[in-house]
Ligand binder design. Sequence first.
Ligand code: ZN
Length: 123
Amino acid sequence: MTDESRKRLTLFIGECWHEFPHGAEITLDPWYIYCLHCGCQKSNTKPNRTFTTNDDAHALVLKLEEKGMWRGFWDYAMYTWGENDMTPIAYCLFTYWLISNPARFCEMVNEFLEQKGGGDGEG
Ligand SMILES: [Zn+2]
């Protein structure tokens, strides 16, 4: 996943995509390097999300539902990766497939947000 995609997903869930001044490490003690957006201290901040973990995928699930977008995502997922005329068992297996691999799930949410033309949740 590209940094652009990771940034889109990070902003979607309402967190800061931390960026620090280029080259600051060369001239400054890490203690004095701060995020350009939220002002957090680099030496005291977790790295930006990778969107490969269960925690990342779970955060996206919760935010999609919070923004009223889960149904839209589900429809998009079914249309894009599902099959026509699925049986209840096939729906069940599709759901398992959808959520069983966090990295793939995050990629799918990113694709969905890209198709919607944004990711800020306003669309
Ligand atoms: Zn930040």
